[in-house]
Design a protein around this ligand. Structure first.
Ligand code: NAP
Ligand code: 3JN
Length: 333
């Protein structure tokens, strides 16, 4: 099998760490792996397949000989450096929002629209993590009975904000246990022992950018602009794995048991649904797993043809690193 020269941009970040681990765990055919981050990390070492690799400062000249570049260093770095990578002959799989809604950039979840990859012109975008786990869970239902409306509330882990937020929650827990005043820098309020209905920046409409990403990206991935989506995105004091409460309205009725049957056969989905045994998806057990877990599947009593369910996934994996490596696997197939 051909081996590829691969670059991970943002290697030292929460997503970058997982990208390196997923490339290794899935035995992606890597010929050479190059790791890039900011000048702050230059000289650090990270391990891959038993080797200790240096982290290099990202520069426009970094991509010589690179065939696949996995970017997760934020939208600003993607805008600045992805064109250099493409010019050097690499295909970029970008985790940021920089190109997601660009008409020339496919936005791909391999379980849903793998065929869109073929349309790429050098860049393929990875959707937002909250969007990915929602569409993996709703698209199989949509194939059987069209979804008219989705109302979603998210419960997002702090690792969604990156390394500095993981450290902030750890520090705040220690401050609380030590009887000290809780200090905060990353979020506008303490996140330990709190729930903050605020992810990303607010628009004048009252919705946040994260909430609107869920609307627009769902339309693009599922190729259906008519699905009405309303999201409330909430940060919770969980280290890893986002949870979502979904209420969906279908064109024609499906029973809860039909939905369970559809989802139990759906790619990338695991149904965990036995409330009498206290079995439903939970963030702490989902962390580190590849699948999107779905439970609490029931007929929604608030409107006709409604289904309610609870969806949990590791947003650093299926929401970012795993989805990106799956895209790279499709490129290499
Ligand atoms: P993070 O933990 O803060 O890591 C950021 C990474 O970007 C680090 O490797 C950092 O390097 C690097 N970086 C920052 N400034 C740079 C520069 N000027 N040049 C080169 N590299 C630079 O953030 P993260 O959680 O991994 O997320 C990274 C991006 O992935 C996000 O901005 C977002 O676009 C996307 N994403 C994140 C998630 C998630 O759940 N966390 C999910 C989906 C998508 P240093 O260590 O040297 O500073
Ligand atoms: O907050 C979360 O739980 C997910 C965060 C995603 C994120 C964080 C900073 C910048 C993104 C994203 O993936 O949409 C971005 C961005 O690229 O705009």
């Amino acid at each position: 099998m051909k081996g590829y020269n691969v670059a991970v941009v943002g290697a030292t970040g929460a997503v970058g760490h997982e990208m390196i681990k997923v490339l290794e765990a899935r035995k992606f055919p890597v010929k050479e792996l190059k790791l890039f981050a900011s000048a702050r990390s230059s000289g650090k070492k990270m391990s891959f397949c038993g080797e200790s690799l240096p982290v290099e400062e990202l520069k426009s000249s970094s991509f010589k000989g690179i065939e696949i570049a996995l970017f997760s260093a934020g939208a600003g770095r993607s805008v600045e450096f992805a064109p250099h990578a493409v010019k050097s002959g690499a295909v970029v799989v970008d985790n940021s929002s920089a190109f997601r809604m660009d008409a020339n950039v496919p936005l791909v979840v391999p379980e849903i629209n793998p065929q869109d990859i073929k349309l790429h012109q050098g860049i393929i975008a990875n959707p937002n993590c909250s969007t990915i786990q929602m569409v993996v869970a709703i698209n199989p239902i949509h194939q059987v009975s069209r979804i008219k409306r989705v109302i979603v509330v998210t419960y997002q882990a702090v690792s969604g904000t990156g390394m500095k937020a993981i450290q902030e929650l750890e520090r705040q827990v220690k401050e609380w246990v030590g009887g000290k005043k809780i200090t905060h820098k990353v979020y506008p309020h303490p996140i330990a022992f709190n729930v903050i209905p605020h992810v990303d920046v607010f628009y004048d409409t009252g919705y946040t950018q994260e909430e609107m990403k869920m609307v627009h990206e769902t339309h693009k991935i599922m190729h259906d602009d008519k699905i009405q989506v309303s999201a409330t995105c909430v940060r919770v004091p969980v280290f890893r794995a986002h949870s979502e409460a979904l209420h969906i309205e279908l064109e024609k009725k499906l029973t809860a048991s039909q939905v369970k049957d559809i989802l139990s056969k759906a790619p990338g989905v695991k149904v965990q649904d036995d409330p009498q045994q206290n079995l439903y998806p939970l963030a702490i057990y989902t962390a580190g797993k590849y699948d999107v877990f779905v439970g609490r599947i029931r007929e929604d009593i608030a409107f006709p043809n409604g289904i309610a369910m609870w969806v949990v996934a590791d947003q650093l994996l299926k929401g970012a690193a795993l989805n990106a490596v799956q895209i790279a696997e499709l490129l290499s197939a």
